[in-house]
Design a protein around this ligand. Structure first.
Ligand code: CO
Length: 159
């Protein structure tokens, strides 16, 4: 496992659309491991592959709940319900925070590391993290959707 360098806003790769994973090989498994290590090292609650410069549809999330580490390959939002407004941040945009409108609940379909189809239901912070990370796979950053942005010096970077 290795900690990878996080790409920061202004890096073109963050604006590109990631490609679907066709085959879950050792390279993808190593990517998942490295992404989890990089996320935990940076105290994040989520990380998408383009944030470490890899344009593949791979996401890791851990919002410190009973679900623990969530690894998603080719995630797709298949259901949303309600709405919530919470402050978000991003490991690729350090020191910047903003309120974003997200669904209150989402259901996501994806593959796990064994290639099995899974569905994951998230509310509150998990719903936000799922939406935020899947946006990264389409080159969308939370600052594109934030109602207002603010800069803070304290370290609360998250995804
Ligand atoms: Co982010």
């Amino acid at each position: 496992m290795a900690i990878r360098r996080i790409r920061k806003d202004g890096d073109e790769i963050l604006r590109k659309k990631s490609k679907e994973v066709k085959k879950i090989d050792d390279k993808i498994l190593t990517l998942l491991d490295d992404m989890a290590e990089t996320m935990y090292h940076n105290d994040g609650v989520g990380l998408a592959a383009p944030q470490i410069g890899i344009l593949k549809r791979v996401v890791v999330i851990d919002v410190n709940d009973e679900k623990g580490l969530i690894e998603l390959i080719n995630p797709e939002i298949i259901y949303t319900e309600g709405e919530q407004y919470e402050t978000e941040g991003c490991l690729s945009i350090p020191g910047v925070y903003g309120e974003v409108k997200r669904p209150e609940k989402v259901i996501v379909k994806a593959l796990n590391r064994k290639g099995e189809e899974i569905t994951i239901e998230g509310t509150k912070l998990l719903a936000i993290a799922l939406c935020h990370e899947i946006d990264h796979l389409d080159g969308i950053l939370f600052i594109d959707k934030a109602i207002k942005l603010e800069k803070r010096k304290n370290k609360e970077d998250w995804s």
